[in-house]
Design a protein around this ligand. Sequence first.
Ligand SMILES: CC(C)(COP(=O)(O)OP(=O)(O)OC[C@H]1O[C@@H](n2cnc3c(N)ncnc32)[C@H](O)[C@@H]1OP(=O)(O)O)[C@@H](O)C(=O)NCCC(=O)NCCS
Length: 166
Amino acid sequence: MRIKLVELQESDLLYVKEIYDYYTEHTTSVYFLSPISVEDLKSFIPINDEKYRSYIICTETGEKCGFCYYSRFKPREAYNVSVEVTIYLHPDYTGKGYGKEALKIIEKIIRKNGFKTIIALVDSENHGSIRMFEEAEYTRSAHLKEVAEKFNKKLDVMFYQKILSF
Ligand SMILES: CC(C)(COP(=O)(O)OP(=O)(O)OC[C@H]1O[C@@H](n2cnc3c(N)ncnc32)[C@H](O)[C@@H]1OP(=O)(O)O)[C@@H](O)C(=O)NCCC(=O)NCCS
């Protein structure tokens, strides 16, 4: 592996914000419509959480190149067996295979922690992300049409899923 995952700290949230804000402003890969505050990030990025984890993705030379985390899929208790995974690379580091590698590593961690299903929500035009999940053998289990709007465009979201067998 050319990358490693380092536990994300509260002091990394400005870096996370910078990346989210870039994709918010320029793409439909994230459904925020305006820049996110660090306070809002704290409400959904797990830090010092017992069950869910967040990481900074670092290259082999130690530069930060993105972040990833797995978090609660839905609030009801019966969803305890599932997680939602999220991966964002800094725009300077996309298309180099780092996303694929980060997904492999975080999947191992999720598996080791006993979860049974990994879910990823992907905008239907996010070809890089679709390719990454399909290559990692995630199955497209739902395609919800016109559930969001951004840049005056109706957006479809797709649910990708991997059921972990032990
Ligand atoms: C999605 C993302 C994590 C993928 O990571 P990445 O390192 O750029 O992707 P990889 O280089 O590992 O490529 C995975 C595969 O997708 C392909 N791919 C990458 N970008 C692509 C694009 N824009 N269109 C089509 N295919 C693409 C690669 O060629 C590769 O396929 P291959 O192995 O057959 O060559 C990264 O591009 C990213 O952070 N994008 C912006 C944020 C985002 O969309 N996050 C996911 C939200 S669901």
